[in-house]
Design a protein around this ligand. Sequence first.
Ligand code: ADP
Length: 169
Amino acid sequence: MTSAIYPGSFDPVTFGHIDIIKRASKLFDSLTVSVLDNKAKSALFSADDRVKMLHEVCSDIPNVRVDSFSGLLVDYVRENSFDVVIRGLRAITDFEYELQMAQTNRKLLLQADTVFLTTSLEYAYLSSTTVREVAAFGGDISLFVPDSVAKEVYEKFSKQNGEKNGGKD
Ligand code: ADP
């Protein structure tokens, strides 16, 4: 049994992430998609909300489970005896950071070997940051995220805008 972990912010999950999840789930016996709850980084969605959205979009993939963690990835890998860490690569700009992280993690824990899946070309441009930026100005994000996620993103921005206007709109 080879178990893999795909860690990330998933703020929110995009079609690019889902593509990596589907492909990784075919390569390993089990795949855990885990939301990094990084209190030092301000996120649009809480870790619980990100887990909920991931649950919804992964529910039809049998060997995938969704979880969250905080702290060091290597500690989480050790505690759960994962065999492989999955990360996605979109462009050369991802590579430097990802290489450094993979090497650091392996130095800290030999077991934490990282497998990189290169993006499918149709999602090479896509990031959670882009989705948040487009949605913040009311743009169409239906090409970037599933409908259930788009609904949550628009609701979040409309709530935030309502709060900014002191609920006067
Ligand atoms: P991070 O974990 O760096 O905060 P994300 O949650 O956005 O970033 O992404 C988690 C992982 O998924 C990273 O390895 C990232 O490179 C990868 N990823 C994000 N978007 C895509 C995409 N469109 N295609 C392939 N991989 C992606």
